[in-house]
Design a protein around this ligand. Structure first.
Ligand code: PXP
Length: 242
């Protein structure tokens, strides 16, 4: 079965709206874990707009499932990652003014730097994923620098309308096939929802999806436990079809 990483950044977004302690990020992670999530994902941004350093340390102490730390490849956050030792880091591009991670990481354009960051993570026994657009040259570069996984950015697919949906989906399918011919493992994420997940989840090479906003948004109405379970139901259903 495709594994589910639940991104709980937006539980922290709600907490930071009042700079208080509710809702509790660790409690949210535990509910996801009990509901059957395979991984908890958090993005420690340089601007600390949602997840805080203390959250990352608290999650590391309490999680039973894998911890995936999304981060920019900048020295401040690299040092925190080395100290916390999450199971996985997912390297993402980060722009201060963006609402959310906009595009994939340009691995091909900064191979030497990212190879060094990857090697440093490996020395700390942390697996490394590259969040990339579905482009052959980014896949090739990720394999060359020794990354363990690539996470295909599904944002263009999620935002596509009309004929573009099929086109963007095909790019994801083609990229996954290319990834399957390398040592990399194929993950996907960004903008995935209960409504648009199925065609992506049918990709034969797909190993993991990371979903945040839609789960937390639906949790407001149906509860976090149910919001996680309805995604898991789709992934289970897909297992019989692919
Ligand atoms: N994967 C990566 C690498 C991301 O940066 C994000 C957003 O933080 C997600 C997955 C989750 O995206 P969404 O919140 O749209 O589900």
């Amino acid at each position: 079965m495709i594994e589910l990483g639940v991104n709980i950044d937006h539980v922290a977004t709600l907490r930071q709206a009042r700079r208080g302690s509710a809702p509790d990020v660790v409690a949210a992670a535990k509910i996801c874990e009990i509901a059957g999530a395979h991984q908890i994902t958090v993005h420690l941004r340089a601007d600390r707009r949602h997840i805080q350093d203390a959250d990352v340390y608290a999650l590391k102490q309490t999680l039973l499932v894998r911890m995936n730390l999304e981060m920019a490849a900048v020295s401040e956050i690299i040092a925190i990652a080395h100290d916390v030792k999450p199971d996985v880091v997912c390297l993402v591009p980060e722009k201060r003014e963006e609402i959310t991670t906009e595009g994939g990481l340009d691995v091909a354009g900064q191979q030497a730097k990212l190879a060094e960051v990857t090697a440093g993570m490996h020395e700390h026994e942390i697996k490394v994923s590259m969040f990339i657009d579905p482009e052959p040259r980014q896949i090739e570069a990720s394999a060359t620098i020794g990354a363990d996984y690539v996470e295909l950015h599904t944002g263009a697919y999620a935002n596509a309308r009309g004929d573009a949906v099929e086109r963007e989906l095909q790019r994801l399918w083609d990229s996954a096939e290319t990834i399957g011919q390398t040592s990399l493992r194929c993950h996907a994420g960004h903008g995935l929802t209960v409504r648009n997940l199925m065609p992506v989840a049918l990709i034969p090479e797909l190993f993991e999806v990371n979903i945040g906003h839609d789960i937390i948004a639906r949790a407001v109405f149906i509860g976090l436990d149910n919001a996680v379970k309805e995604i898991l139901d789709i992934l289970r259903d897909v297992e019989n079809k692919r």
